[in-house]
Design a protein around this ligand. Structure first.
Ligand code: FAD
Length: 308
């Protein structure tokens, strides 16, 4: 109930204004967001790389409503990729892109605009010597996002996808994508989805996550295990051992600011750990999804508003 309310608020203009304009919000946002500028993103990347972690950078923004905003986002990614290359960090950091930030939801030709824009970002990533992963948004965009992925992969075979274990369709999508060269980030899923398309209780989502993990680990792609759940992390490591995977043939991923000690612990062993680092001014939707994932985060947020 609380989760659904927060996820509905993530798409409400009125709540957004109230949260964004509260001066006390910032300190809580800083826990999950690396800053507002590309320099902030580079600084966070360097700090994490110095600790043996890899990074995927997200220029925050989603549900773009006009074409010039979409173009600005593409330019921001292209400048960021050049900066990563110049700073010698492209071997450590890639980018994550939400297609709705680069035009997917525009009323006329949204999918084509998003594809063309994603292609520009992929060209810059290739020139910088790194990769792109397409984030997955709500279920109404899954088919279109996977179609765009398939088209992009004909020219850029290294483009990664995200699959969400809470969707009933995802086991089949894992089977389809567990192929050579395919990079698949498996997460549980962060949107408010109806029971017709998604598992709604944690046990069902977790069971689906394990089934999907088995498919990806026994397949021939590159699984990216995106979870903070200690049980899922242990099961993924165990499956990797049992399927004879080398430690560099999969990786773990976690979000910036969540379980940082565990991120460093995993990175200090043989297995890889990549941190998803969001930056930029458009933090509202991302921040609200993090609050919805964990009631304790909401408590922390409300206490900071009350106590200053
Ligand atoms: P949960 O069962 O939710 O949590 C397990 C434990 O992790 C909790 O008990 C708690 O200890 C810790 N934890 C989890 N979330 C938080 C939090 N917010 N704050 C503090 N502690 C927490 N979702 C999408 O829908 N599309 C995407 O493209 C996408 N990309 C992602 C990329 C990465 C690298 C990661 C790590 C997640 C991504 N997600 C994405 C979010 C994901 O779907 C989940 O909503 C989120 O990761 C929480 O699920 P969990 O697997 O950590 O397990």
């Amino acid at each position: 109930m609380l989760r659904s309310t927060l996820l509905a608020a993530a798409r409400s203009g009125g709540v957004r204004r109230a949260v964004e304009t509260n001066p006390l919000t910032r300190s809580v946002v800083d826990r999950f967001v690396a800053g507002t500028t590309p320099d902030d993103a580079l600084r966070a990347t360097r700090e994490l790389a110095d600790q043996g972690l890899s990074v995927t950078l997200d220029h925050l923004g989603e549900d773009t409503e006009n074409i010039s905003q979409a173009t600005d986002t593409v330019q921001a990614y292209r400048r960021l990729l050049c900066a990563l290359h110049r700073a010698g960090l492209a071997g450590r950091a890639e980018v994550s892109v939400k297609l709705s930030a680069i035009g997917q939801l525009l009323p006329a030709d949204g999918d084509k605009i998003a594809l063309d824009n994603a292609r520009l970002i992929c060209e810059s990533a290739e020139a910088a010597g790194t990769t792109v992963t397409l984030d997955m948004e709500d279920h109404t965009t899954t088919d279109a996002t996977l179609d765009i992925l398939a088209t992009l992969r004909t020219d850029f075979p290294w483009v990664g996808a995200v699959l969400q274990a809470y969707l009933r369709r995802t086991e089949q999508d894992c089977r389809d994508l567990a192929t050579p060269g395919s990079r698949v980030r498996l997460c549980k899923g962060a949107y408010n989805e109806p029971a017709s398309v998604a598992f709604r209780n944690k046990q069902e989502v977790d069971r689906s996550y394990v089934r999907c993990l088995k498919t990806l680990m026994t397949g021939s792609g590159y699984p990216m295990v995106a979870t903070h759940d200690p049980r899922m992390v242990a099961i993924a490591s165990d499956l990797a051992t049992r399927t004879g995977r080398a430690p560099d043939s999969y990786e773990f991923q976690m979000l910036y600011g969540i379980r940082p000690a565990e991120q460093r612990r995993i990175a200090s062993g043989d297995e890889g750990m990549r941190v998803y680092v969001p930056y930029g001014g458009e933090w509202y939707g991302y921040f609200m999804r993090r609050l919805a994932e964990r009631p304790a985060n909401l408590g922390f947020f409300l206490r900071s508003l009350i106590s200053g």
